[in-house]
Design a protein around this ligand. Structure first.
Ligand SMILES: Cc1cc2nc3c(=O)[nH]c(=O)nc-3n(C[C@H](O)[C@H](O)[C@H](O)COP(=O)(O)OP(=O)(O)OC[C@H]3O[C@@H](n4cnc5c(N)ncnc54)[C@H](O)[C@@H]3O)c2cc1C
Length: 400
């Protein structure tokens, strides 16, 4: 390590910007193949460990975490679900993914995935800087790209790498470091949001319920045997202050069909609540020179298809293989095709998330509502339609 003009310089094969699931999993997969990396994260370790977000893992994500050596707690504490319920007033139907496509999904919170990955990273002894600021990326088009930042002690640092992995989410500095002349942004907005709660009550259902209702969409999900996660559709400009806990539980009871066919929704203390905006966003290409984007840094999907975390994991599986092939084995074919290969799956999942969202959320007029109901009836009555939903929800193979 050398110091010049009050900047501390060092080198590593890969700098990973962002310690979300994408960055942490990438560092773990590289470590298993003996490729070193340095991880930079703007937030504190504690903040990252306590962030509550996604909770549904596709079968391919589960296999990937297992292969990465962090699947044991998932297998013992996670909940395997065979499928989901789709419902609308007076009707609830189960789609059994295992029967339809031979794959299940697992309920295991992103918070738990993060804990497992962080522990693995610490065991491996790979270098990480939390609480960093002023992160900037340089010389991406040359063969010695550099990341500059200020560490938590206020020390200005510069790390030169052979590759930079931009895993810093939607708001991070990696994507904006790609010049406008080579980047294309694809975006779609939705006129509604999700109001989500985490509740200290056992789930009232064994598997997730996706409910279409004239008042708006509702979802009954869960984080564990004793903690429920539930959502209601609200207007995009709604304010959480408008929603008391009682109002939220009343809306959930109505939309999820409390009392319908004897089913009851059990309410409980709300641990956390917030409004989650919905958007579809893709930035192409996912590589520029020596910078490779992965996860939310390159794409965002509305959460209806449970794809955000799974897409991040799928990107990183491809990227790890590509970087190992290049940095350890000297082959460049996989880094050269990384963006195209990853984007095939990204667009498939972007379409699926958009399709699920449009089918289930109230928008438009009564004509649109009839079309949505016609589509829902088709999905539950046609094996081909049900298998299409199941194949996408339970997850396509890595490298699809
Ligand atoms: C509130 C919320 C709820 C969600 N709920 C669901 C859900 O129910 N289902 C679902 O499938 N998906 C959900 N998602 C999406 C899912 O959580 C993401 O797709 C997933 O976290 C993507 O992982 P990632 O590692 O790519 O990005 P992130 O998890 O966003 O990680 C990026 C990391 O980069 C760090 N970073 C940012 N800027 C810098 C910087 N300058 N320097 C260094 N580090 C930086 C961030 O602090 C963060 O730790 C939700 C997202 C949010 C925000």
């Amino acid at each position: 390590m050398a110091t010049s003009a009050s900047v501390t310089s060092s080198q590593t094969p890969v700098v990973i910007v962002g310690a979300g699931p994408a960055g942490l999993l990438l560092s773990q997969l590289l470590d298993l193949e003996e490729v070193d990396s340095v991880l930079l994260e703007a937030r504190s370790r504690e903040y990252v460990l306590n962030r509550i977000r996604a909770g549904v893992l596709e079968s391919s994500t589960v296999e990937l975490l297992q292969a990465a050596g962090v699947g044991d707690r998932l297998r013992s504490e996670g909940m395997e679900h065979r499928g989901i319920y789709l419902q609308w007033p007076e009707e609830r139907h189960h789609l059994d993914f295992v029967d339809l496509v031979g794959r299940s999904v697992w309920i295991y919170g992103q918070t738990e995935v993060t804990k497992d990955l962080m522990r693995a990273r610490e065991t491996a002894g790979q270098e990480a800087y939390y609480d960093v600021s002023e992160v900037s990326l340089h010389d991406l088009e040359g063969d010695r790209p550099t990341v500059r930042f200020v560490d938590s002690d206020g020390v200005a640092r510069e790390i030169t790498a052979r590759a930079i992995a931009g895993c810093d989410g939607y708001h991070g500095p990696s994507r904006p470091a790609i010049p406008d002349r080579v980047q294309q942004i694809w975006e779609h907005g939705y006129p509604y949001s999700w109001l989500g709660i985490l509740a200290d009550v056992a789930p009232s259902t064994d598997e997730l319920i996706y409910a279409w209702h004239p008042d708006g969409f509702a979802l009954h999900s869960m984080r564990s045997e004793s903690v429920s996660r539930l959502y209601v559709q609200v207007d995009a400009d709604d304010d959480i202050a408008n929603w008391s806990d009682d109002r939220i539980w009343d809306a959930l009871a109505t939309r999820l069909g409390d009392g319908q066919g004897g089913w009851r929704l059990t309410a409980g203390p709300v641990l956390e609540k917030g409004i989650l905006p919905m958007r579809s966003f893709v930035a192409t290409p996912m590589r520029h020179g020596r910078l490779f984007l992965a996860g939310d840094a390159a794409h965002i999907v509305p959460p209806t298809g449970a794809k955000g975390l799974n897409l991040a994991a799928a990107d990183v599986a491809l990227l790890a293989r590509a970087l190992v092939g290049w940095l350890r084995d000297g082959r460049t074919d996989l880094v050269d095709t990384y963006s195209d290969t990853a984007l095939r799956r990204v667009w498939r999942c972007t379409h699926f998330s958009w399709w699920m969202t449009n089918m289930l959320h109230r928008h438009g007029d009564d004509f649109d509502a009839q079309l949505q109901l016609a589509q829902l009836r088709w999905v539950v009555r046609s094996d081909a339609a049900a298998a299409g939903l199941a194949e996408n929800y339970a997850g396509l193979p890595i490298g699809y």
